[in-house]
Design a protein around this ligand. Structure first.
Ligand code: NAP
Length: 307
């Protein structure tokens, strides 16, 4: 069912997993007049045109933003500044520009100074995504019941933020506002460092593969399988996350390493009481996540009997 049209024209810069999901959600809800999209490579643009992901595919970002009321930067964090520089002269006065980057301080520093007078920049980050990427990987339901954090900066027009919030809520997302640096620290805990740990664990198994290769694949029914899913995430995106959220990730990684040494010592000393108490506390965190509706409590994440 069509809801109110919130923006006449939306420009999606980047046509990958997040922008593709946004295009499908925008279409399904009838929230905008026209969706224009562009991507860096001719190949991605051709796929987007072939599957009708957006109404109009154009060759450059500058062309895409012409006359757009909302511009979404959906490229890797490290590419945001260059894209902002390209589109800045072509932005419509009064337009809102947002981004979906996983790190906020670097994006704010790269993009905000380039925004012309009268253009509203509202940085954002959907806490939603899968390990898949590219123009065919999106789906309209991706943002349902997921958080979408907005990190407005000094001078951000509250009306521009409120309108964007209405759009994101129409996707089914829960929208919250957060300070830029707070965002980067929280995400280092809940997303960035866990990804690094998954990459490390899969790397360890890979380095041992001469000894364990067949067994690792064959018996990966437990924790390791979930690590491999996370470690299959897009290498460009995650390289940029770690290069740009360096301080927060190093802080959390330091704390992680200290905890790991504590557990290592407990194992060495046979301190079962300590391990039991520790695991009892961590179990509560999982319960909290289920109660907050952020994951399923189905056994094995609802995989059922599938192999
Ligand atoms: P994706 O599927 O890999 O799509 C990235 C898009 O950006 C592609 O259209 C790509 O064009 C374009 N691009 C790549 N490098 C570029 C460059 N140097 N200059 C201009 N365009 C470039 O990635 P995604 O998952 O949608 O991620 C996009 C953004 O969303 C990232 O900032 C990421 O941090 C953020 N994010 C991702 C997730 C997630 O789980 N996936 C969740 C939340 C936020 P080509 O295809 O032509 O190369």
């Amino acid at each position: 069912m069509a809801e109110t049209v919130l923006y006449q024209r939306v420009a999606l810069i980047g046509l990958g997993h997040i922008a593709g999901s946004m295009a499908l959600a925008l279409r399904r809800k009838g929230l905008v007049g026209e969706i224009v999209g562009t991507a860096r490579s001719a190949e991605t643009r051709a796929v987007a045109a072939e599957i009708g992901l957006v109404d109009r595919v154009v060759e450059t970002a500058a062309e895409a933003v012409e006359g757009a009321d909302l511009v979404v930067l959906a490229v890797p964090v490290g590419a945001m500044g260059a894209v902002a520089a390209e589109i800045a002269p072509a932005l419509k006065p009064g337009a809102t520009v947002t981004d979906v980057g996983s790190v906020k301080r670097t994006v704010v520093e790269a993009v905000a100074p380039l925004m012309p007078e009268g253009v509203h920049f509202v940085p954002g980050h959907p806490l939603a995504g899968t390990e898949h990427s590219g123009p065919r990987s999106g789906f309209a339901e991706l943002f349902e019941n997921r958080w979408w954090l907005l990190t407005p900066i000094e001078g951000t027009d509250p009306e521009a933020t409120a309108r964007l919030r209405r759009l994101l809520e129409a996707f089914g997302a829960n929208v919250d506002e957060m300070d830029v640096d707070r965002h980067d620290l929280v995400l280092a805990v809940v997303s960035h460092t866990p990804h690094l740990i998954a990459y490390t664990m899969v790397g360890v198994a890979d380095h041992l593969r001469r000894v364990t290769h067949d067994e690792v694949i064959k018996y990966s029914a437990t924790g390791f399988r979930d690590f491999t899913r996370i470690a299959a995430s897009d290498p460009t995106m995650w390289r940029d996350v770690f290069l740009t959220n360096k301080d927060a990730v190093l802080d959390i990684l330091g704390r992680f390493t200290e905890e790991l040494f504590t557990l290592q010592r407990a194992i060495r000393m046979g301190d079962g009481e300590m391990l039991h108490a520790y695991f009892t506390e961590t179990r509560e965190i999982r319960r909290g996540i289920i109660q907050a509706g952020q994951d399923t409590d189905a056994p094995d994440f609802g995989r059922g009997k599938k192999p």
